[in-house]
Design a protein around this ligand. Structure first.
Ligand SMILES: Nc1ncnc2c1ncn2[C@@H]1O[C@H](COP(=O)(O)OP(=O)(O)O)[C@@H](O)[C@H]1O
Ligand SMILES: [Mg+2]
Length: 313
């Protein structure tokens, strides 16, 4: 196959680069800068540790000085694609998708639990700041930069103080999961065990219903039970006890970079207000119960019904 046999798939969501697929669809090629080189190295390392990730087949520099990485394809449908395709009038994904999500999550968790990383002091706090984009969130939402917010985050950090740190994905969710493994490691870094996989079915709620599917209570409980089984075996601790702390950080993550610079964009303004609402609701739940039940979040359209464009603060 020659260089021209690559079909453009998309620009990369959070990086300066693009994704291409080979004409026979057996391989994917990403282009980018130095960060892609680091991503490729990371992926090789964790593949060597038994993580369910695509094998890196080739790396190098393009004619125009960009970096590229070629990896094997893990299949033609992500679990997000499958959840959308299998909708049959109900808003819940089919059990098959939820169960497959559980299998992949268990494989990733087991590989992570078999390779703890010795943390330097401050590593857990660095994880919180990068995973939660705290600097950006407090800059865009100074009214949330309160002793109350910080008290909850300190509480979460304390609770996570004894959780082992592992090499993680940091953008784990059904769009990056296929039955054969996990793709798109651009945000890789150290995470407390369970941070990647535990919230995967919960974070769908942050999209406000726009994905077209959700996970039912039963699907979510079975998913968490499968992860607890795996972590009890590997570490003696049930990982799901940390779900609340992780969802508090996810509520920050989903609020990051949401404040529109163009105030006439009422659609963007509404989404920003929605995510502010979810953060505040998550914080309240966390304070009250020590966890966050995303099923209690309003859908975007219900939230919008109570917020007209004229409601700008
Ligand atoms: N190794 C792979 N196997 C199967 N599909 C892939 C693979 N790599 C990329 N894809 C497909 O390409 C899409 C974009 O790749 P991804 O790295 O996730 O980009 P982004 O950073 O924009 O999310 C994925 O959602 C998936 O559909
Ligand atoms: Mg992706």
């Amino acid at each position: 196959m020659n260089e021209n046999d690559w079909r453009f798939v998309k620009k990369r969501t959070a990086a300066d680069g693009a994704v291409y697929v080979s004409a026979d669809t057996t391989r994917y090629r990403r282009t980018g800068g130095a960060e892609l080189q680091a991503e490729g190295e990371f992926q090789r390392r964790i593949a060597g540790r038994g993580y369910p990730v695509p094998r890196v087949l080739e790396e190098g520099v393009t004619d125009d000085g960009r970096y590229y990485v070629v990896e094997e394809s893990l299949g033609d449908q992500t679990l997000h694609d499958r959840a959308v395709a299998s909708l049959d009038g109900s808003q819940h994904m089919t059990d098959d998708v939820a169960i497959t999500a559980g299998h992949v999550a268990v494989r990733l968790l087991q590989a992570q639990a078999a390779h703890f990383v010795q943390p330097a002091p401050g590593t857990l706090r660095q994880w919180l700041d990068s995973a939660g984009f705290t600097e950006n969130v407090f800059q865009e939402n100074p009214d949330l930069d309160t002793t109350r917010t910080h008290a909850a985050l300190e509480h979460a950090l304390e609770r996570l103080g004894t959780v082992p740190l592992v090499e993680g994905h940091l953008d784990y969710g059904l769009p990056n999961v296929l039955p054969a493994g996990v793709i798109d490691w651009q945000h890789h870094g150290l995470v407390p065990l369970g941070y990647d996989v535990l919230p995967a079915l919960e974070i769908i709620a942050f999209k406000g219903g726009s994905k077209g599917y959700t996970a039912s209570l039963d699907q979510r409980l079975r998913y968490l039970a499968a992860l607890d089984d795996a972590s009890l075996n590997a570490t003696g601790q049930p990982v799901s006890q940390n779900l609340g702390a992780y969802l508090l950080v996810k509520a920050l993550f989903f609020l990051a970079l949401m404040r529109p610079t163009d105030l006439s964009r009422t659609d963007k303004h509404l989404k920003w207000q929605y995510r502010r609402h979810l953060f505040t609701e998550g914080l309240e739940q966390y304070e009250r119960t020590g966890t966050v039940d995303t099923a209690l979040f309003p859908r975007l359209q219900d939230f919008a019904a109570g917020h007209r464009p004229g409601d700008h603060p």
